[in-house]
Design a protein around this ligand. Structure first.
Ligand code: GTB
Length: 216
């Protein structure tokens, strides 16, 4: 059955792989599942056809036969459940991988995404510097703990899993900020994720969308 996901027709990140279709592409590449991409404009994302798939008018979505999903974490989990390569077979290890998926999205991504939003939307506000600094403190708190837990391991809990896929995806947004670089083992962890062939294929595919849109 064909898998179809949605992605930005013109991603505001200009092909840097930061939009959330990237993690779904990466998961599909890790498990070796071919997929098609339907590109949507900002206008189309708010129209009834897309809202039927994603009630908040966002990307990504996932369609496979009569199954339609939204929320990148749920989609990555579904891919991991259906195909080998992202979730351990051992029940306890699988539960721990799921825990890291939630940790990535609930605990680590929140201040990182808020920082990005403030930097885009609030630069002109009188409280901008104070808010940015508070968010960066919150991020550092998370990274100190994550760095300590990762130690000198390659991945968070044994073999690479969907937990690592989401954690690396979340941390990538900090690359070049100077904050991630304060934690050399986390920088190296992110680089290990980016070096995976599946990541590279996913990155190239989403970049090709931006390149084509810029040429057209
Ligand atoms: N919780 C949902 C999920 O994980 O699937 C969140 C989905 C989401 O935030 N989608 C964003 C979206 O559709 C795109 S990824 N936004 C349009 C809207 O809400 O109207 C977030 C994103 C956007 C832009 C960049 N960037 O330019 O760097 C990075 C990430």
């Amino acid at each position: 059955m064909t898998i179809t996901i949605t992605a930005f027709e013109r991603s505001p990140d200009r092909g840097r792989g930061l939009a959330r279709d990237m993690r779904v592409r990466w998961a599909l590449e890790e498990v070796g599942q071919p997929y098609e991409v339907r590109l949507v404009s900002f206008k189309e994302m708010k129209e009834p056809a897309h809202l039927a798939l994603q009630p908040f008018g966002q990307i990504p979505t996932y369609e496979e036969g009569d199954l339609a999903l939204f929320e990148s974490g749920a989609i990555v989990f579904h891919i991991g459940e259906r195909h080998a390569g992202l979730l351990p077979v051992d029940a306890n290890a699988r539960a721990r991988a799921l825990t890291w998926m939630f940790a990535a999205l609930n605990t680590v991504e929140t201040p990182i995404f808020d920082r990005a939003l403030v930097m885009i939307l609030d630069r002109d506000k009188p409280w901008y510097d104070q808010r940015l600094s508070a968010l960066e403190d919150s991020i550092r708190k998370r990274l100190i703990d994550l760095s300590r837990r990762l130690g000198d391991a390659d991945w968070l809990d044994g073999a690479f899993s969907a937990g690592d896929l989401l954690m690396v995806s979340v941390l990538l947004r900090l690359k070049g900020s100077g904050i991630l670089e304060e934690y050399p083992n986390l920088s190296a962890y992110v680089a290990r994720g980016e070096a995976r062939p599946a990541y590279k294929r996913a990155f190239a595919a989403q970049l090709a969308v931006f390149t084509a849109a810029s040429a057209g």
